[in-house]
Design a binder for this molecule. Sequence first.
Ligand code: ZN
Length: 443
Amino acid sequence: MKSRIQLLVQAMQRHPRRFMAGLGALLLGTGVTAVAVAPLAPDAADLPTQQVIETVTPLPVLPAAQAALPARFELFHSDLTRRNDSAQSLLKRLGVRDSDAAAFLGRDPTTRRLLLNGDPGKLVSARTDDKGKLIELKVLWLARSGKEFARLQINQGNKGLRSQLEVGPLERKVRLAGATIRGSLFEATEAARLPDSVAEQLADVFGSEIDFRNDLAAGDRFQVAYETLEADGEILSYGQLLGAEFVNRGQKYQVVWFQQAGGKGAFFSPDGQSLKRAFLASPLPFTRVSSRYGTRFHPISGRQQPHLGVDFSAPTGTAVRSVADGSVTYAGWKSGYGNIVTVQHNDQKSTAYAHLSRIGVRQGQRVGQGDLIGAVGSTGASTGPHLHFEYLVKGQHQDPLILARDGGKQSVPATAKAEFRRVAQAMREQLDAAATVVQASAQ
Ligand SMILES: [Zn+2]
């Protein structure tokens, strides 16, 4: 018979979300006292009975025989609802053997609508006595707004079972995780049980500094702190990455998420420099420069003439992004440029995006850095699909390839420096705590 620890490990592998709830609580020393072990396999009927348990006092090993258990005890099972669940199939998975309960689930309108015919993937848990009679059934899920949770509870009242539906605010919590890299970043984030949305934020935030595909080394490591939205100690949704540290070939990179009251948050280095540059390096996400700024032999006129922009070769339809915040000063047709969009930024800087197949903005519109403004094409005097991109300062053309470093970085506003230092220091401590656990678990 497998030990409780082995079963827990299996459950962790199959239910990383549940496991993270346990680990996070452990790291932060909060609330949860026992890890609720969900059914261990898709088909719970394949498993020996009694392996899915939760006890108030954790047992080191599962009792081998019925005799070792107290005369009466309660069982706790949890699982996720499935699309085609019937009252019978759901109760069977939850270890409930109770025909009254099955009849109630099939008859009660709230339960039918929300539990059996609602969206699948709701967290459902059942408490039964040792005969399988239902004591309480609880269902938790994220409300459609994403800001609240809903809880459906079915329990014994004076006149038999009754259902009750409640809606409440989600609780924001911070979870810590980390891992040492042995293969790919993806393998490491999986090993750390990092939810996908947080792993993506991690890759994004360090993506311009670290080449995750080609430059990771064995022994690289990371720690993260991220936000969860919870109800009754269960994670229902994941939020913002709040801080991260990545050590790549001995070099340490750190970021802290900082958001002033009422403001838009952003990532900063611990010394208060924004990671977001004022200008993106390129209006296309992945691209190659096919013609640089300067004098060139013009492919259409056949003469030597100045090329006042940079050409990025890319297939027709590739998304074109504004390289910085600004407002659209022109969006339309302009002779040789074909479809062109011009954007005015701060400090008398402006950018132009030409030969577009499609324009996605209109004159006067505000755009943010990275916002879609159109698509690559070959309109106007163009020999093939590419983006002609210009950069002007006070109306004078400049080499667009210097633009990213020209824009410089933004830093925490002077009025928020003290608050930022407090946030950054607290994050430092949390990431150090996460690192200690990663190292301990690696030994
Ligand atoms: Zn050009």
